[in-house]
Design a protein around this ligand. Sequence first.
Ligand SMILES: [Zn+2]
Length: 213
Amino acid sequence: MDFRDVRLAARAFAELCLPRSCAGCGTAGVALCASCKQQLRQPPQRISTRVLQHVPVYSLGPYGGVRSAMIIGMKERGRMDMCAVFGAVLRAAVQSLEAQGRLPDGLWLVPAPTTLSNERARGGDPVFLACQSSRLPSAQLLRHATRVRDSAGLSAVQRRINISGAVQLLGTVDAPVLLVDDVITTGATLASSVAVLQSAGMKVAGCLGFSHA
Ligand SMILES: [Zn+2]
């Protein structure tokens, strides 16, 4: 039994012992109630960001309501069971965009970078776990260097260099990739990630967020 098995066993045990409640609205007795599930049924939408203009960016919906509750649940409250829910929604979104010809077939999902310390604290990267749950090919190719210089006191340009310098490439895949993130705001981290992937010769077909703010 390796570390991952122990972690999964501990999670399963916790899920058996702890009273379940809806990650979206708190209703007791279910992981996600029917009404919250219904709110996730939306076609992916194309959004525009300030810094990412050369690749299409899609979102599963605006940040708020059930989406933000699920994201905060995964990141801050140990609700890793929501990774599978996002995985299913992600799979449906990618398949619909592929069917419409807005994304190429044979995509690999690549989660946006996180720091190793964040990942360890959460028992894994929720976005990567959601990508894996989607049963589409996925690979963790990017990571934030642990030491991102404190950006206080830096100019906007310096801040961008500070962030872009911090995205490290862990590997490559020989297929078009879709960058996946939980919340898309300015798109600055995604833009740095796209640049890193492209500089390694990879084709970035687009970006997709579980939500956008
Ligand atoms: Zn609910």
